[in-house]
Design a protein around this ligand. Structure first.
Ligand code: DGY
Length: 329
């Protein structure tokens, strides 16, 4: 017997611009309330606190922090938070645990897209693609010139990857095709998949001291917050190119700005920063040796579609009492 809409459990969707099929999927099982961010702007905390009341589940993402207050406002009806992201640093894990609320996330399906973007960002930064393209349009290109816009090549270089999860490994596999001299990585333990492609486990200090390219691909947790500190930045080589596609909070951003301003490192490519969006008058915006992207690591059509589907399925699984396809433990 199908239940009437009013008898259905309620789910809050924090954005109306999620893939329509994922919202439709939820509507098949739940009474869905969807915040119209396209017309009303982002869901602010005050409204989130109101809307979450009485909901069984929330379909959300990194743009709407699910903090302690939000979770407190959702209990006792709230059973599941499902974030369309692999990162869960915007969710208060402690409050979920205390209140016995489950958390779904979307690992795996965005690995390739994020690794691709990281490689694209690295190349755009090292080969100065943004500056070069701008010069074509602004009249700066007057003739071919032997010393103009020369960048640093990957061939024969030392690449260091901070964090060797799924995305870190995929970045290494992709960069291997550019024939670096060595790929170093940090991790709690040696990774067989890394060994298989000839990557070498090392400690963070050694990686920073030796690498021509430093790529940060690690989850933001209380333990990793600020891991690329001022003193760690000081270890990097003068020709180092720093790339971050993890989270802005992993880095002492003020120290990074200083290092870039003073040319103590060569350049940086950042898909993530603090805050997001970055204010237009932020010092990072003024630097020629920086490429900034608006957090688009997972933004391939396929990855975002798969993430949306998985986010919806995670909520439905809790409703059905089956195991979640991707539960964050
Ligand atoms: C993720 O999935 O964590 C990406 O950073 C998108 O927010």
């Amino acid at each position: 017997m199908s239940s009437s809409p009013s008898k259905k459990l309620k789910v809050l969707v924090t954005r109306s611009d999620y893939l329509p099929s994922s919202i439709e999927l939820l509507r098949q099982h739940f009474d869905v309330e969807c915040w119209d961010n396209v017309n009303n702007g982002p869901l602010k905390k005050e409204k989130f606190l109101q809307l979450i009341k009485g909901k069984f589940g929330v379909y959300t993402s990194t743009s709407e922090p699910v903090d302690e207050d939000v979770i407190a406002a959702g209990v006792p009806s709230l059973r599941v938070v499902s974030t369309m992201s692999v990162g869960v640093d915007h969710v208060c894990l402690q409050a979920l645990k205390v209140n016995n609320v489950r958390l779904g996330y979307t690992p795996g399906v965005l690995t390739e897209a994020t690794a691709e973007l990281t490689v694209a960002l690295l190349l755009a930064t090292s080969r100065r693609l943004m500056e070069a393209a701008a010069n074509v349009k602004n009249g700066g290109w007057t003739s071919w010139s032997p010393q103009w816009l020369n960048g640093q090549g990957l061939h024969g270089s030392i690449v260091g990857i901070v964090g060797y999860g799924r995305i870190g490994h995929s970045i290494a596999v992709k960069l291997k095709g550019f024939s670096p001299k060595q790929i170093l990585y940090t991790s709690r333990k040696e990774k067989p998949e890394g060994t298989e492609i000839g990557a070498t486990l090392t400690d963070l200090d050694t990686l920073l001291k030796r690498s021509d390219f430093v790529i940060v691909s690690i989850a933001l947790t209380p333990e990793t917050k600020g891991i690329i500190s001022r003193s760690k930045i000081a270890l990097m080589k003068e020709n180092a190119i720093f790339v971050n596609s993890g989270r802005g909070g992993l880095v002492d951003q003020d120290a990074l700005v200083e290092a870039l301003q003073q040319k103590r490192i060569l350049a940086a490519g950042l898909d993530v920063m603090t805050p997001e969006p970055l204010p237009l008058d932020h010092p990072l915006m003024k630097l020629d040796n920086v490429v900034l992207l608006p957090h688009i690591g997972s933004a391939s059509i396929k990855a975002r579609g798969d993430m949306a589907q998985l986010a919806a399925e995670n909520i439905i699984a809790v409703f059905k009492g089956t195991s979640m396809p991707a539960e964050y433990l």
